[in-house]
Design a binder for this molecule. Structure first.
Ligand code: C2E
Ligand code: MG
Ligand code: MG
Ligand code: MG
Length: 283
């Protein structure tokens, strides 16, 4: 009840103010206090491996649980956090929180479970970023192979040399690297041979019309074949129905993520999810 009311007030606030005004309002008010007020929360969306039909991994997706506005989605505050530099403390919090949750689940007996964390450019390009990752993994006793970091094409093109350096160090640590929203960025394919990455995540825009658009079918097939030829894994994002699932499965995609299996869920539901053997799907 309260949540619903909160969401309405949030929507109203959005409508009443123009976009710039709303963003400024958010910055000037609570974003800088969101961490200390414990208003940030991670949701998790399962990724289903298509050869085992099991959930091996969850992507951490941040939300801001604002006392007046309810749950605010990352699209509405991450860009502001990036502009104001608040993305650095927020990014640190996400990384730590994701590893702490993973530790809980592994302690509960789900030991191979992995978590993927989204990075922002400013966060990834920090001089001490690799050091931070190493410290958090040490503090939470997480095997580096269980942590996956998602970067975008645009992020690596921002400062190619620094990106290569950081990626090499992260690989040395043993962390997994994915390219998120693959196919939508402003970059050349050249970087695929320079960068030590493990996975391509095909952007949802290629998946959403797979059942009706033959170009999308051709593009996802091409991306999947390219990835496999380069010894990379492929994940299809935003799979919403059986038709889309059937096509990406035929194309030998390694894993899928999307509403067809589950929306992002909170940590209590993750444990429930793992417990109930909902982690087994027939696909
Ligand atoms: P993303 O990393 O590409 O995450 C996937 C987004 O697609 C998520 O939206 C997810 O809820 C949504 N999604 C998943 N499956 C489906 C589906 O079947 N249909 C549809 N329509 N949507 C689906 P969300 O949670 O709103 O996150 C949006 C973006 O915000 C993320 O895109 C990511 O770029 C960014 N983000 C989220 N959490 C963080 C974070 O902790 N740090 C940073 N820097 N960025 C984050
Ligand atoms: Mg992502
Ligand atoms: Mg994505
Ligand atoms: Mg995206």
């Amino acid at each position: 009840r309260a949540k619903k009311k909160g969401r309405n007030r949030y929507e109203n606030a959005k409508v009443e103010m123009n976009a710039g005004g709303f963003e400024k309002f958010l910055i000037e008010n609570h974003l800088h206090k969101a961490i200390e007020n414990n208003e940030l929360i991670l949701y998790f969306q399962p990724q289903i491996n298509l050869s085992s039909n099991k959930v091996l991994s969850f992507e951490a997706l941040i939300r801001w649980n604002h006392p007046d506005f309810g749950l605010i989605s990352p699209g509405d505050f991450i860009p502001i956090a990036e502009e104001t530099g608040l993305i650095l403390p927020i990014g640190d919090w996400v990384l730590k929180e994701a590893c702490l949750k993973m530790r809980e689940w592994q302690n509960a007996g789900y030991s191979p479970v992995r978590v993927a964390v989204n990075l922002s450019a400013g966060q990834f390009l920090q001089n001490d970023f690799v050091h931070k990752v190493k410290n958090i993994l040490g503090e939470t006793l997480i095997d580096p192979a269980c942590l996956e970091l998602e970067i975008t094409e645009n992020m690596v093109m921002h400062d190619v040399n620094q990106a290569i350096k950081s990626l090499m160090e992260l690989k040395k640590l043993g962390v997994q690297i994915s390219i998120d929203d693959f196919g939508t960025g402003y970059s050349s394919l050249n970087y695929l041979k320079e960068f030590p990455i493990d996975t391509l995540k095909i952007d949802r825009s290629f998946i959403c019309d797979l059942d009706t658009n033959s170009s999308s079918v051709a593009l996802t097939r091409a991306i999947t074949n390219l990835a496999h030829d380069l010894n990379l894994k492929v994940v299809a994002e935003g799979v919403e129905n059986l038709e889309q699932l059937t096509i990406v499965k035929q194309q030998s995609c390694d894993a899928v993520q999307g509403y067809y299996f589950s929306k992002p869920i909170d940590d209590t539901n993750v444990l429930q999810f793992l417990k109930k053997e909902h982690n087994k799907f027939t696909v």
